[in-house]
Write a protein that binds this ligand. Structure first.
Ligand code: ADP
Length: 309
């Protein structure tokens, strides 16, 4: 069963912007899917069309077999959307926001109360249910939007940048929550700017660039295309002496730090083995590369290479 089928989807905005130039995408039921791409690539437009907030110019979209052209209400009832922008009525109470959404989807009063309590508890907002949305922190508002999106128990949950601006601890707990509902059967599609997020959560990834899908594959396959990463190591015993490390491209940044590039066919174990052979003690390690940007760069280079060939 496919949760989502998109065929030759195109969108041109009234000002002539061609945001989507014909995308095809199939997401299986139960999948946890990442939609990645640089700013302006077309992710929000695609999500807007799937959740019927934006009109498409042409193409087809089916959600669990329901075509958004012929069967819009059924298609919509399968979807829960957590948008990028906070779109809560800030003067309304947390509890009412979720209850009203349940009403909007036609849930009876009792079920609406049960579900609201269930999701507000799971997202750790139950104690704040009488407060207005306005009084919540940014992370809480985002969690409230997730509770609101889940109250009708959609089969497909779509999250546009769910953890943007959310602190690390809350991000982790949101990840755990999303993994749990995915394990319980909800299909999830998310967009994110954090490769770590897509890497931790998603089995598959589609990458959009300039309105086209340039990659659609298993996460592990895509990560293999990251050819080179640069790590910054703090070492004891004089960074400048370590600099010649067999088989690695290295630079001393100062007396304590060196940069080591890990290329294709090399891994961190090889690097540590080479350092150990020199008796060097590493006290800390961080990744200098913005891996997401590096990945986009590689894919766009490959795409241009293919086009030239
Ligand atoms: P992303 O979510 O990947 O950052 P968007 O879908 O927001 O990308 O935008 C894709 C392209 O469409 C961009 O060039 C953007 O400027 C344009 N765009 C988005 N919304 C509108 C709009 N309402 N009117 C005109 N152009 C738009």
């Amino acid at each position: 069963m496919h949760a989502l089928t998109i065929k030759d989807l195109q969108k041109t905005y009234p000002n002539g912007n061609r945001a989507l130039k014909g995308i095809d995408l199939t997401v299986d039921a139960g999948e946890f899917y990442a939609l990645l791409g640089p700013n302006g690539a077309g992710k929000t437009t695609a999500i807007g069309i799937i959740s019927s907030l934006v009109n498409k110019s042409s193409g087809r979209v089916e959600i669990f077999g329901h075509d958004i052209d012929g069967d819009l209400e059924a298609a919509k009832s399968c979807i829960g959307l957590v948008p990028q922008e906070v779109n809560l009525n800030l003067w309304e109470s947390v509890h009412n926001i979720v209850l009203n959404q349940a009403g909007y989807y036609g849930l009876g009063r009792r079920l609406a109360r049960e579900r609201s309590e269930k999701y507000l508890r799971e997202l750790r907002l139950w104690d704040r249910r009488k407060d207005t949305a306005r009084s919540l922190s940014g992370g809480m508002k985002r969690r409230l939007m997730i509770a609101r999106a889940l109250v009708h128990e959609p089969r497909l949950l779509i999250l546009d940048e769910p953890t943007a601006g959310v602190d690390i601890e809350i991000r982790r707990s949101m990840w755990e929550f999303l993994q749990r509902i995915n394990a319980d059967g909800t299909t999830i599609i998310l967009t994110t700017h954090y490769l770590e997020e897509a890497e931790s959560l998603c089995r598959r990834v589609a990458i959009i660039d300039e309105g086209r899908i340039i990659e659609d594959a298993r996460m592990s396959e895509v990560l293999r295309k990251l050819h080179r990463e640069v790590f910054v190591l703090t070492v004891s015993g004089g960074a400048r002496e370590v600099v010649a490390l067999d088989g690695f491209e290295t630079v001393a940044r100062n007396d304590e730090e060196i940069e080591v590039a890990i290329g294709p066919g090399q891994d961190l174990n090889d690097m540590f083995a080479a350092l150990s052979a020199k008796g060097v003690h590493v006290t800390s390690l961080r990744n200098k590369t913005n891996r997401l940007e590096e990945l986009f760069l590689r894919l766009v280079e490959n795409k241009n290479g293919d086009a030239a060939a």
